[in-house]
Design a protein around this ligand. Structure first.
Ligand code: GRF
Length: 221
């Protein structure tokens, strides 16, 4: 049994009328999953407050969208840091300055160290465009098509120090069509991603849960 879920159950879980979770989004590029989270918050579907959108890439489209919304943003360029620990220390300092409680990775193209993950145990989420544990890593849709898989989808998971390897919160399946190419499949999966990420976070915020081994167990003990 992991302490993370249990502690969260006591301190951070929120019902629909409770104070909102302080959420940071980390991204490196387009930011459509960030936009979907933002829209869910604006609609009142997700009881969270976006306290900062952070990117390692200055000028990332997702970061510019956040600026247009008037959200707090930060650039922590990994190329300006001496090494990975120095970069992560700057990212952590920013997250602490904004008192982030939860972190959603949304196309953040940096692996997080065990030390980083340990600072936010079971409070960092990632979305990956396949049904994990199939097809982790990059060039996912190419891999899916090359393998001849008939079903793909997306996965929201807690982040550990591995590559796309933490406990799974929620998945949604998407059919692979005979005439799919990587772009058409990516587009269909992305639509599912946008609907799944906020639902996964909302479930973690609202329902009791705990981590047992690799499995997240929802519901009262
Ligand atoms: C998404 O496909 C996500 O699953 C993966 O990176 C992509 C980011 O897209 N981790 P966007 O920047 O959110 O549009």
């Amino acid at each position: 049994m992991s302490a993370g879920g249990t502690e969260l159950g006591k301190t951070l879980r929120r019902g629909r009328n409770s104070p909102r979770a302080r959420l940071a989004v980390l991204l490196s590029g387009r930011g459509s999953n960030f936009l979907a989270l933002h829209e869910a918050i604006e609609r009142g579907d997700l009881g969270a407050e976006l306290v900062v959108v952070l990117s390692n890439v200055d000028g990332a489209p997702g970061l510019e969208a956040a600026q247009r919304f008037g959200l707090a943003t930060a650039v922590v360029d990994h190329r300006m840091a001496a090494d990975r620990p120095a970069h992560e220390a700057q990212v952590l300092a920013t997250l602490e300055r904004y008192e982030a409680e939860w972190i959603c990775l949304a196309g953040y193209m940096r692996l997080l160290s065990a030390e980083f993950v340990g600072r936010y145990p079971h409070r960092i989420l990632n979305i990956h465009p396949s049904l994990l544990p199939s097809f982790p890593g990059l060039h996912v849709h190419e891999q899916v098509l090359q393998h001849g898989a008939r079903v793909s989808g997306c996965t929201v998971h807690l982040v550990d120090a591995g590559l796309d390897s933490g406990p799974i919160v929620m998945q949604r399946a998407v059919d692979v069509q005979d005439d799919d190419d990587p772009q058409t499949l990516a587009a269909r999966v992305l639509t599912a991603e946008h609907e799944t990420y906020w639902r996964a976070l909302r479930r973690l915020l609202e329902d009791p849960w705990r981590v047992q081994g690799r499995r997240i167990q929802f519901g009262p003990r």
